[in-house]
Design a protein around this ligand. Sequence first.
Ligand SMILES: [Zn+2]
Length: 300
Amino acid sequence: MKRQSYTPFIAFLGSVVCAAPVAAQGDDELNVLVVVAHPDDDAMFAATVYKITHTLAGNVDLALITDGSGGFRYAQLAEPIYGLDLTDEKVARQHLPAIRKRELMAGGAIVGVRNYFFLDEYDDAYTENIDSVLTYVWDADEVRERLGAIMMRVAYDYVFVHLPTPNFHAHHKAASILALEAALELPEEQRPVVLGSFVGDSENPQFGPTDFSEHPGYPITRVRADTPPFVFDRTQPLSEDGRLDYQIIVNWLIAEHKSQGTMQLLMNAGDIERFWFFEANDPSALAETREFFEQLATAK
Ligand SMILES: [Zn+2]
């Protein structure tokens, strides 16, 4: 395992100028960017991220689009931990952004996230309407521009986003669309492969999407019809006797999100992380993406 010698930093894009050293730019390193809407969304890719950083010696950075201030509904169990009335919306809007960033970074320390980019768009409320989020809630141009700047700064090989399935929080879907748009605006040689991910269950086809093709009205979200999703198996053994596996790591990360009560119910839910290849990606990157997941499946 490669020891990571850098110090994680936080870049408050849009508010405070990033004062951290510039990360490695070389093509010889594996660099991955995770783009998520909420501070606990990275649980969707946690096992894959852990193996990238701990076994493949890759770098993983994370861009968080919202401030997470809307996550107060099930914050009850965290109230005595933080000494705050977090189920009160007014209290939550004030304190959750900082609390949830700390929770995200505690989970990130477990899976090996290197750098964080906080865009702090408003985490208003649940909706499935992408247009309302992009038009009225977030500054979509600003987010797209910031994501583009992040992708220009480091030569990312891959960008992980949520698969934008229709019956899903529009924040997740909008974050994925903006990341795709930002990637496609880059010069071709700088363009990362964007993959849409969702947790699945190898035994239960009803758990997680299996037949996604595109989000209606957003052709940029179309995935390659001839390419089944790549799969990371969370039950890959992490100990010789096979009793320890990546599910434990995912559960640790989930446990860090104390303010997100119902999030805890996702422990041990699903045993695979699926990654769909968007049609907008360079088709010639398909072979190396296949090889990447082969490495993720076999590297010890
Ligand atoms: Zn979320």
